[in-house]
Write a protein that binds this ligand. Structure first.
Ligand code: PLP
Length: 386
């Protein structure tokens, strides 16, 4: 074991099971370890480095800002955060943005916005947030409560009250819950990511939206993983023609720097007043400058290239021995394999391809601009490994 690996194991809290590889540098979709071995990165830091490692335009935007003003408190105006909020609203039709630093925080803000809106519109007892079984919304105590997977909850009771979980695709159960609970909002991922890359049906999501509209319940979409071009649309809800009241996002937005955003639609645009919410680091100018460089490039032509790469992946994995099914949308792909997913991922790592897992699936979240030849190489390795 290397010295760094030993230091890490001695001093870092044991929340992660790491692979025995220390990565030092990279460019685009290729990363290098301490031994000089190169890998094709099919995980992009769990969907974070949207344009790969050290993308030129992103790097210039970030370093230019870094040399100008690296941080300022939210007591003052700064340009990158105002421009990014404008771009997010122009591209989505949402009205206002709150910036934070992670996916969990973007959901925390969504939940606070929903509770305050419902308290004012219908009464403070309307505080329940409905989420789906098998969902993932983060690791803070409140977003854990939102997460519909018991095994994450067990050791950390009591969690924030006011969350109920319903089975995906069961619209009857949702309609019943809305009658028996005083509901502020419904929070869903259009494609359950950590839950195993499971897309929800358009029929179900449309029915959820209808329930929300009829009862003045807020439709909240968690786009932390699916957002920012990942699914071939700017946000995954756009694949379904939905009109959410609140959208939370993070991961790919900053292109590799920590940035979360909660987008507030018409109903909730004025729900927050000074003092209601805040973040010391939220809207950091360096992170926002990086995000501007990412978001401004996610135009229709680029999104079409994401869809084309997606089709190529689905085609390549058709009728491959060892592959039981392939799910997902855009460059968010889940591969159900005959071998255990963890075994496949370890074998791919040895052969120089970094993949992820999601439950029982091998999960691919490559950089959105991964070159076709690099993608083909990675798929060849994955196919021979499964
Ligand atoms: C990753 C993820 C989160 C949590 O994001 P963090 O940045 O780790 O807090 C929340 N929701 C979804 C759908 C995610 O994929």
């Amino acid at each position: 074991m290397s010295q760094i690996q030993a230091l890490d194991q001695t001093y870092i809290a044991r929340t992660y099971g790491r692979f025995p590889v220390e990565l030092v540098s990279g460019k685009g979709s290729i990363v290098k370890d301490t031994e000089g071995k190169t890998y094709i990165d099919m995980g992009s830091g769990i969907g974070v480095t949207a344009f790969g490692i050290a993308d030129d335009a992103w790097q210039k935007a970030v370093t230019d800002q870094l040399g100008t003003l690296q941080h300022m408190s939210n007591l003052y105006y700064t340009e990158p955060c105002a421009r990014l909020a404008e771009l997010l609203c122009k591209k989505t039709g949402m009205k206002k943005v709150f910036f934070s630093n992670s996916g969990a925080e973007s959901n925390e803000c969504a939940i606070k916005a929903a509770r305050k809106y419902a308290a004012e519109a219908k009464g403070p007892e309307y505080s329940t947030i409905i989420t789906l079984k098998n969902s993932f919304h983060g690791r803070t105590l409140t977003t854990l409560a939102a997460t519909g997977q018991e095994h994450y909850h067990e050791l950390f009771q009591p969690l924030t009250p006011g969350f109920v979980h319903t089975e995906a695709e069961n619209i009857q159960e949702l309609q019943d819950l809305v009658k028996t609970h005083k509901v502020a909002g419904i929070l869903v991922e259009c494609i359950q990511g950590e839950g195993g890359v499971i897309p929800l049906s358009e029929a179900y999501l449309t029915a959820v939206q209808k329930v929300c509209q009829e009862q003045d319940i807020l439709l909240m979409i968690d786009e932390v993983q699916t957002g920012n071009g990942r699914t071939g649309q700017l946000y995954a809800y756009m694949n379904y023609g939905l009109k959410p009241d609140i959208v939370s996002t993070a991961k790919g937005l900053g292109g590799g720097l920590p940035l979360g955003a909660t987008l507030l639609g018409e109903k909730v645009q004025d729900v927050f007043q000074p003092g209601d919410h805040g973040s010391t680091f939220g809207g950091n100018p360096v992170c926002c400058a990086g995000a501007l460089s990412i978001l401004s490039r996610l135009d229709d032509e680029f999104l079409a290239s994401v869809k084309a790469k997606s089709e190529y992946i689905f085609d390549s994995l058709k009728d491959v021995p060892g592959v039981k099914s392939v799910t997902g949308l855009g460059l968010m792909i889940g591969i159900e394999t005959e071998k255990p997913a963890g075994e496949v991922v370890r074998a791919c790592l040895e052969k120089g391809v970094l993949c992820l897992t999601a439950k029982n699936k091998v999960r691919l979240l490559p950089a959105l601009n991964i070159p076709m030849d690099v993608l083909a190489q990675a798929l060849a390795v994955i196919k021979e490994t499964v």
